[in-house]
Design a protein around this ligand. Structure first.
Ligand SMILES: Cc1ncc(COP(=O)(O)O)c(C=O)c1O
Length: 447
């Protein structure tokens, strides 16, 4: 039998506590143990747990009707949420298909991109370009564009033929590239790949503006996104920003790419949209992408039975209303540097800390065996999982990322607190995290 995957080691069946309830930044299990949610689970529960306003909004909607099928009815929550997304996204990103999560959102972005080219008679544009060490989801299309070795492995041979470019990471530049040249070199690599394939065959380039689950909160260097925008425009290639993890305020701007002053053609959002209260995501696209589709096909040919589910949209409206009313994106923006400093201070003196990076409330801590050479710890030590488990035992939830170096090696943990966490809670999160890191490192003889 093959060795268990890292996912199996991390989330082994039968060993998990049973969740009982959550309130604010805290979760409690049925044995009475309390955890502080330092990563909003998988960077989803952006306003914390058990919010009474959101719960009441969902209950009110359920009392009226749970779901009005999108081909039969529109609804107040659907129209209100569409307006909110349109306003927050801005810059012509005013069309959308609501779905139930991130994979469906990226899948729909891929399909809308293909449909756009088909509607324009550009039917040879079928190829996607993406990046290594990226995660776009678990459906076959989203998995095909993902550069996540372990999650792809059992499905290789059945995935779409996609070009995967170098990860864009200043801490681990591509071979023979200086850290300060990473953005330019990686943008040039995109242009070269478009030319190699033939611009008339490329449908879209998809990337995470700040890489999450496969890289560990890695922002692209300044100028990269703008260069990508120019290259995509030059060759008629659509730009898809996967903001499922980094968007909706997580990085201090509602759209993560707004930080770079760049507008994508399509954008996938999910996690923070309804904050985990109900499953919700969206493929958002620019009016110019919609135009030929509406003219030729009448509508985007994507979506599902539960697309624009009425109660899910009501949850989205309630969460987004709180985010706006309580100025939580500003809070993340303003407090982000402080949180980063708290993480740095808490980890001070640990020589296995190779890199601390991120933006807003999305911070990745990379651990290395040798800080000078950036050599990772041996993969079989599973340091990232040990830290996560040690933290969990001590009542802290954080998000583990393994394999960022080459698909196998590499140990990172992500801290991604709720936007409305108090200063005291941020201190608890960073303190417990540092304690867990020291203890886990000691357990592998790296004290
Ligand atoms: C950037 C990104 N895209 C897509 C997905 C897939 O989202 P979901 O798990 O909701 O299907 C994820 C999930 O972690 C993600 O981080």
């Amino acid at each position: 039998m093959n060795a268990p995957t890292r996912a199996a080691t991390l989330f082994g069946a039968g060993t998990l506590p049973k969740v009982a309830w959550g309130k604010g930044s805290y979760v409690q299990d049925t044995a009475g143990k309390r955890y502080i949610d330092g990563s909003c689970g998988p960077a989803a529960y952006c306003i914390g747990h058990g919010n009474e306003e959101v719960n009441a909004a969902i209950a009110r909607q359920l009392d009226k009707i749970a779901h009005g099928y999108r081909y039969t009815f529109t609804s107040d929550p659907l129209e209100e949420l569409s307006d909110i997304v349109r306003t927050q996204a801005g810059d012509g990103l005013d069309r959308m298909v609501f779905v139930t999560g991130g994979s469906e959102a990226t899948e729909s972005c891929l399909k809308v991109a293909l449909q756009y080219h088909a509607a324009r008679g550009d039917t040879s544009r079928r190829r996607f370009i993406a990046r290594e060490r990226s995660w776009h989801g678990n459906t076959l299309g989203a998995l095909s564009v993902s550069g996540f070795k372990e999650r792809r492995a059992p499905f290789e041979g059945a995935l779409l033929d996609v070009s995967h470019l170098s990860p864009v990471n200043a801490y681990r530049p591509p071979a023979n590239v200086l850290p300060e040249d990473v953005g330019r070199a990686c943008a040039t690599e995109l242009e070269q790949e478009i030319l190699r394939i033939g611009p008339d065959k490329v449908a879209a380039f998809i990337f995470e503006p700040v890489v999450g689950a496969a890289g560990g909160a890695v922002p692209a260097p300044p100028g990269y996104a703008r260069a990508v925008r120019e290259i995509c425009d030059r060759y008629g290639v659509l730009m898809i920003a996967d903001e499922v993890m980094c968007g909706i305020g997580r990085c201090g701007t509602w759209r993560a790419l707004a930080h770079d002053g760049v507008v994508p053609d399509l954008m996938a959002i999910a996690k923070g949209l309804a904050g985990g209260y109900l499953p919700l995501g969206a493929a958002v696209y620019h009016g110019k992408v919609a135009e030929p589709i509406l003219a030729v096909h009448g509508a985007p040919l994507t979506g599902h039975t539960f697309s624009a589910h009425t109660a899910c949209c009501a949850a989205g409206v309630a969460v987004q209303t709180i985010i706006k009313r309580d100025k939580l994106v500003d809070r993340v923006h303003d407090n982000g540097p402080k949180l980063m400093q708290m993480v740095r201070d808490a980890l001070h003196g640990i020589d296995a800390v190779g890199d601390i990076r991120g933006r807003g409330y999305f911070i990745g801590i990379e651990f290395v065996a040798d800080r000078a050479t950036k050599e990772p710890f041996p993969a079989d030590l599973q340091l990232f999982a040990r830290i996560r488990q040690t933290a969990f035992d001590d009542g802290l939830i954080c998000y583990p990322v393994g394999g960022n170096v080459d698909g196998v090696n590499g140990d990172i943990v992500i801290i991604a607190p709720p936007y409305n966490a108090t200063d005291g809670e941020l201190t608890e999160i960073t303190g417990k995290f540092a304690r867990a890191a020291r203890k886990a490192l000691a357990s592998i003889g790296h004290g």
